[in-house]
Design a protein around this ligand. Structure first.
Ligand code: SF4
Length: 278
């Protein structure tokens, strides 16, 4: 069976090999999450649920959508686990960000009949090489048949940063999903669509067959480099502000042994919790 990589796992390597080592090589889970990721998850859950209702011809009101968002926000929020990193921002700012994302989307798509939903949170998995050594997996937020017959692979973004078209055209994630979807929905042209919800902006990109082939090759080569790596240098960037691994990171004063000890401690705990055979 292929060893599976996701877009976020590849990103983790590119952003900081040390973080990749701690998370994926040593298997140390992240103990906290950033509020931005927390809001993103809640907005995704609400939009998935919204389209489930749309499929039953029961379009909920915007007020009901926001109430439901607030309910799952409060149910899931734990101040000890969800971290606000940016100075001067509080929890109500992020709640309002979620509201804004949903309001923008709802108002521009109501009554949700401009296209046909073909899949929600659709699991994608495919092998990158013919031997099946490595594969890619991920989830597409929404797959759509548009009015012109094209298939759209749609992704919701809740962050405030909007990349320019050049970056969008070089984005790896949705193009990998296009490879994974292949001809599942026939031979119709495929569009990659990003919904930047906080500002109500949509970005679109298309890829040629050659570009997808090249991407597949490049991704396989990247994974081969990662698999062969024996050095995992810390890469200090602005992203360190959100990194849950700082206490284990040599770039922030931790010893090289700290992470190994933590991984060993977790393994021992896991073994102790395994049911014993009589
Ligand atoms: S704190 Fe920064 S340098 Fe250290 S592991 Fe995290 S992202 Fe990498």
């Amino acid at each position: 069976m292929a060893k599976l990589y996701s877009h976020s796992r590849l990103n983790s390597w590119e952003n900081c090999p040390k973080k990749f080592e701690l998370r994926y090589r040593l298997g140390i889970p992240e103990e906290t999450e950033g509020i931005e990721g927390f809001v993103g998850k809640r907005v995704h859950e609400i939009l998935e649920r919204l389209y489930e209702f749309v499929a039953k011809d029961q379009v909920p009101s915007l007020r009901r959508v926001i109430e439901r968002f607030d309910a799952i926000f409060d149910e899931n929020y734990d101040a000890n686990r969800v971290k606000i990193v940016k100075d001067g921002y509080d929890i109500e700012y992020y709640r309002a960000l979620g509201h804004r994302c949903l309001q923008n989307y709802y108002r521009s798509h109501y009554p949700f009949d401009q296209d046909e939903t073909l899949g929600l949170e659709t699991h994608i998995q495919f092998n990158l090489d013919p031997e099946g050594r490595y594969g890619i997996q991920g989830f597409v937020d929404r797959i759509v048949r548009a009015q012109d017959g094209a298939i759209e692979i749609q992704d919701y973004k809740t962050g405030e940063y909007i990349p320019n078209q050049k970056r969008i055209d070089a984005d790896r994630q949705l193009a990998l999903y296009q490879i994974g979807i292949g001809r599942r929905f026939g031979d119709a042209p495929v569009r990659l669509v990003w919904q930047y919800l906080s500002k109500g902006i949509t970005r679109v990109s298309t890829r040629s067959a050659e570009a997808l082939e090249q991407l597949q090759e490049n991704t396989l080569a990247l994974i081969e480099r990662i698999e062969a790596a024996d050095q995992f240098p810390a890469k200090k960037t602005n992203l360190c502000r959100w990194c849950t691994y700082k206490p284990l990171c040599p770039a922030f004063g931790a010893s090289e042994e700290a992470a190994l000890e933590k991984a060993q401690e977790l393994r021992q705990k896991e073994n102790a919790n395994q049911p014993r055979l009589l």
